[in-house]
Design a protein around this ligand. Structure first.
Ligand SMILES: [Zn+2]
Length: 284
């Protein structure tokens, strides 16, 4: 009996330890001046709008065991973002791709130009942040880590205010759809070897999670796009995500701070204009 009691006490202590947030790890941010002069306006815009400082504040409720560095920098032509060695890198080239794809006016689906840039940029930062969480918090991941990172990002975006959540999902969907439609040739078999889903799959997955979370808010976006058989199961997919997130990530969040912060308004006004992307001068 004593042994059982000791075991119960040991488990209780363990369980308590699991929900005690780890000591706060800092997130530090840095804008690395671009080497490519074409990236100068992106560097200036994001710095002026304090994009990284906002991201730093936004993720502050997450208790990380180590310092996470977030850097915006040039990546020698690679339009990408990555996480490794406690560092997130978002490449100017990636932001430039979004800028290139930005429509001149609000789309027929009602997506404001600024949201086609801010939505996917925010989603990508949260996707990389999810990789950081998996690594630093030693979160077990079943299935592809890239899919899991997409899901964590979607979960966080969906927990902002309704209007911001809708704008972020709409902007991110626009980016995936544009990327999927820009493919001029069918995928080669080798392209399916990528660790990420294809842009079309990521587009449908995101819409399904959003629709599963709130069919009223996302019904008009999802119902005309998702096949009926998929749409029927989106609520189950979303609930599975919620269960995993609550179990594995929530214990590492200062929830009071998160409630306060996630209710704030984070996005620039939807009517915010963005200068047209300068066409780079052709080499003579
Ligand atoms: Zn990734």
């Amino acid at each position: 009996m004593k042994a059982v009691l000791a075991l119960v006490i040991a488990w209780t202590v363990l369980a308590l330890e699991m929900v005690t947030p780890a000591p706060a790890g800092e997130v530090s941010v840095s804008y690395v001046p671009p080497r490519n002069p074409a990236h100068q306006p992106i560097f200036e815009q994001l710095k002026e709008n304090r994009f990284l400082e906002k991201l730093q504040e936004f993720v502050s409720p997450f208790r990380l065991p180590r310092t996470l560095l977030v850097r915006l920098e040039g990546c020698d032509g690679d339009p990408n973002a990555s996480y490794g060695n406690d560092t997130i890198v978002v490449c100017y080239e990636y932001v430039d791709e979004l800028w290139k794809a930005m429509p001149a006016e609000t789309t027929t689906a009602g997506v404001a130009p600024i949201d086609t840039l801010v939505g996917p940029l925010f989603d990508t930062c949260l996707h990389e942040f999810a990789h950081a969480l998996f690594d630093m918090l030693q979160v077990p991941v079943l299935g592809r880590e890239e899919d899991a990172a997409d899901q964590v990002s979607a979960y966080i975006m969906l927990h902002l205010g309704k209007s911001e959540a809708r704008r972020l999902i709409a902007g991110t969907s626009y980016a995936y759809k544009t990327e999927a439609e820009a493919a001029t040739a069918p995928f080669t078999v080798k392209q399916f070897a990528d660790a990420h889903g294809t842009p079309a799959q990521r587009f449908y997955n995101l819409l399904c999670i959003a629709y599963g979370a709130d069919p009223q808010l996302f019904g008009d976006m999802a119902e005309t796009v998702l096949p009926k058989e998929r749409a029927e199961d989106c609520n189950d997919e979303y609930r599975q995500l919620v269960y995993a997130y609550e179990k594995l990530i929530r214990p590492h969040i200062d929830q009071d701070l998160a409630n306060k912060l996630f209710d704030k308004s984070w996005l620039p006004d939807a009517t915010t204009g963005m200068p047209r992307r300068p066409v780079p001068a052709q080499p003579k």
